[in-house]
Design a protein around this ligand. Structure first.
Ligand SMILES: Cc1cc2nc3c(=O)[nH]c(=O)nc-3n(C[C@H](O)[C@H](O)[C@H](O)COP(=O)(O)O)c2cc1C
Length: 186
């Protein structure tokens, strides 16, 4: 059976709505998967490089689960990647540890999906903003980019609205289901 590692890049899951629901549903439905909550592991951003490299080495499929912050993944996930995906481990002539593993991106945005269109309010489709760096990372590390799951319109600005909360909960649960289906396929 393939081993799935789900890395949560939310900077504060205690203050999350969508990513929290997604991760809770995944944890319930995928008891065999390993969950790596970067905000809980490294509240001061001091990453245990060896421990994180071990988790990656043991996985066949790596899921990056995050809220989009400034059109990219949040700071804690950048730090994790900078410290862990180093030359000699993840890339370079002797850096073969991640070769052949599958990389999946799973992310949410506050702005609704329909704003992420060419020349629209957000200027670019979401897959042109978030996905290129992830694809290039996979490519550099000899990994296989295996697709993305995306949900927009889960804004903290909508949290006081009970109707919006229902809609956002349903979207987050549906997100987890779509991710589970992708993980089944790959
Ligand atoms: C620092 C910061 C930057 C953000 N940048 C973006 C952004 O670039 N595009 C966007 O659509 N939403 C942006 N958002 C909204 C988040 O993506 C949204 O709140 C998150 O996906 C909801 O997930 P959560 O409920 O798990 O926190 C940003 C939020 C914060 C706090």
């Amino acid at each position: 059976m393939k081993k799935v590692l789900i890395v949560s890049g939310h900077t504060d899951l205690n203050n999350s709505f969508a990513n929290k629901i997604i991760l809770e549903k995944l944890a319930k439905d995928l008891p065999e998967a390993v969950f790596d909550y970067l905000d809980k592991e490294y509240p001061d951003f001091t990453v245990n490089v060896k421990a994180e490299q071990k988790k990656l080495v043991e996985a066949d499929v790596i899921v990056l689960q995050f809220p989009v912050f400034w059109y990219s993944y949040p700071s804690i996930m950048h730090r994790w990647m900078e410290d862990v995906f180093v030359h000699g481990f993840a890339h370079g002539s002797k850096g073969k540890a991640l070769q052949g593993k599958k990389l999946v991106a799973s992310f949410t945005t506050g702005a609704p999906e329909e704003l992420y269109v060419k020349d629209g309010p957000q200027l670019y489709p979401i897959e042109e903003l978030v996905i290129p760096a992830i694809k290039s990372t996979a490519n550099l590390c000899g990994m296989e980019y295996a697709g993305f799951i995306y949900t927009g319109g889960v804004s903290y600005a909508s949290r006081p609205d009970a109707e919006q909360i229902k809609v956002m909960r349903a979207k987050a649960e549906n997100h987890a289901e779509r991710l589970e289906a992708l993980l089944n396929e790959i």
